[in-house]
Design a protein around this ligand. Structure first.
Ligand code: SF4
Length: 156
């Protein structure tokens, strides 16, 4: 059965949108309870020395424009609602990257009275970047693997 002109155009537009998203994803960064060590490494990743933007990844401020949520730290009781609100405001399809041991497992904050736990206890995580803190090379490696996985049609 052949497609109508409208269906063909819709498919073409969706294909272009998907291609643009994967080749130039916009990311938002959120600290859900980190000690700031991981956040400083993310900033270093954006500096001219490492220059994550040359891979097309652009950090920007609004969740409504973001494709990737880069999250650091364990999730505290105070930050849980904000984290959920940010995720819900992001348009589909959206991806979550957990940066650092605390985001992956709670790390050194495990068992603290104000800690809920790892990021994947709250949100579906697509990529994990371990380390305390992970170096900029590791963060770039994780983001590149996520993008490669998206190009193949899935997440890591
Ligand atoms: S993984 Fe290390 S640097 Fe990152 S938030 Fe936890 S303690 Fe801090």
């Amino acid at each position: 059965m052949s497609l109508s002109l409208e269906q063909t155009l819709t498919q073409a537009v969706e294909g272009i949108k998907s291609w643009a998203r994967i080749n130039s994803p916009w990311a938002i960064h959120y600290n859900s309870g980190s000690c700031n060590g991981c956040d400083i490494e993310i900033l270093a990743t954006l500096t001219p020395r490492y220059d994550l933007e040359r891979l097309g990844v652009k950090l920007q401020g609004s969740p409504r424009h973001a494709d990737i949520l880069i999250c650091t730290g364990p999730v505290t009781r105070q930050s849980r609602e904000r984290l959920l609100r940010i995720y819900e405001q992001m348009p589909n399809p959206k991806y979550v990257v957990a940066v650092g041991s605390c985001g992956i497992s709670g790390g050194v904050f495990q068992g603290c009275y104000n800690i809920i736990g790892s990021i994947d206890e709250i949100l579906p995580v697509d990529a994990y970047i371990p380390g305390c803190p992970p170096r900029p090379e590791a963060i770039m490696d994780g983001v590149i693997k996520l993008l490669q996985s998206l190009k193949k049609g899935g997440a890591s």
